[in-house]
Design a protein around this ligand. Sequence first.
Ligand code: F6R
Length: 598
Amino acid sequence: MCGIVGYAGERTNEDVVDVLLDGLSRLEYRGYDSAGLAVANSSISVVKRRGELSALEEAVPADDLEGFAGIGHTRWSTHGPPTDANAHPHTDCDGTVAVVHNGIIENYQPLRDELEAEGHEFDSETDTEVVPHLIERALDRGDDVETAFRRTIDRLEGSYAVAAVCADRETVYAARQQSPLVLGVGDDGYFLASDVPAFLEYTDEVVYLEDGQFASIRSSGVEITDESGAIVDVPVETVDWDPEDAGKSGYDHYMLKEIHEQPRAIRKCLRGRPRALEGTVSIDELDDVPRPERVHLVACGTSYHAALYGARLFRERGIPATAALASEYAVDAYPVDDGTLVVGVTQSGETADTMRALRDAGGRGARTLAVTNVVGSSAARECDHVLYIRAGPEISVAATKTFTSQQVALAMLSSALADARSREFVEALRALPDRLQSVLDDSRAREIADEYVDADAYFFVGRGYAAPVAREGALKMKEISYRYAEGFPAGEFKHGPLALITDRTPVFAVINREANAEKMLGNVKEVASRGAPVIAVTDAPEAVGHHADHVLRVPDTHWRFTPILANVQLQLVAYWVANRLGRSIDKPRNLAKSVTVE
Ligand code: F6R
């Protein structure tokens, strides 16, 4: 999804351009198809290019792009294809105002008709371009820049984060409505971005803007105002992300680095929460959440797989629970009341479908809780409660460590809300980071990937707690290798997919000694007898015996956690297949990290 950066401060001239380019490169993970920047001086200089950030870097003139405040943007096309003209920033007729925008302006067409009727000329097909023209019109009518910006934002309907610069002003103007925007408070200036990693190398002091707030940043300081124009006093928070977390630390890809960070991520997720002696889990920040009568988990993609896993845990603890795809949740009209807890599982905390489902349920009287990784995200701010998964920044588009941390967080959440007591469960939770480390230290996933890199399709199956992980294994494979993959509960094979089985369709079967192992072996025999290579991902290699062609070992743990560990093997298989195929692993085609449109 689009990324915004901005800077105003003591740095001048080409330094401003460097700050913007650095910031954009750190937002690349969000997914984009064009990029651009604008710096303000006595005039505005704009450079924008379709394609990779390197195309923009090459297009930036070496020495004559001077400015004291600037904005930058990576665009993920919605209105109009990825072209130089559609890339942001967009300008007014005179080129004295430049604007970048993330989100969708729903009423852009009538606004554009209105402006064109008045003689404004448009250069792009975007919804964004109405913004600089609206500012221009307000300036022509005599408004000062601040008022013109505010008046413009008042006209917009939809979701947006907007930043603008104007000739002769050392200021970046910004506003947000249902789209992320965060300010960074540095020693020599102020930063603006869609996400903290954009400026983390300069500062870890941040201010999260709220919906409806306006900010103007300049070297002398930041001013934040509400819809009425009154100054608001906002807290400056310190993020505990290490800038090194946002680098590759010697790994070829962020995805591989993040897979290897999982023991540390779940150690952080667990910190202070399991109580070994009592066999309970206690989540201080959720102390005031009563035991719900029912739980609805809403999520998309990988997070939905974590939600499926979590729903099962709640049900086993005696709390009725369902997991729903957020985009379908409203359509299916799930009834809610004040005994319903609606849990939004979203690593970014910004996914539009999930936010819509949470707002809808909250509006109908449900209590809402966000399980998210991003402090200050929309989900964290808008839900009644928040449980942070503490995975640290995840840059690769394909979610790995956040999925694992979501599963662990939901395991703890279900125990805490159900007041469950099991020393065995809690001890196994605490031992998970070490178990996960042993999967990483001793995985044969790369060999398997080498052997089956040319397969026609990949199937992933499991039962019970392993079924969501089978779905996740397939999702990971398709998104980064671009190969056909399907994941489903193993019992479904004979109801259709078996027709696709050949000796060129490897089947990854997650087999848990203490859960449905016999039935899984039955499914394995079904596919093996039709020629499919079988890779058992299991804690019970002895039980699988000669029925599988290969085994990916999963260490002993509580049986409910076996799939969490099995999933790490599947992440590695997908990574190595994609690596052998030379895919763009961290930024797969057509995908974005944070999906802020419905
Ligand atoms: C896949 C992936 C996506 C996200 C989905 C929801 O690797 O990352 O399927 O899980 O877009 O995103 P969040 O969790 O940010 O709501």
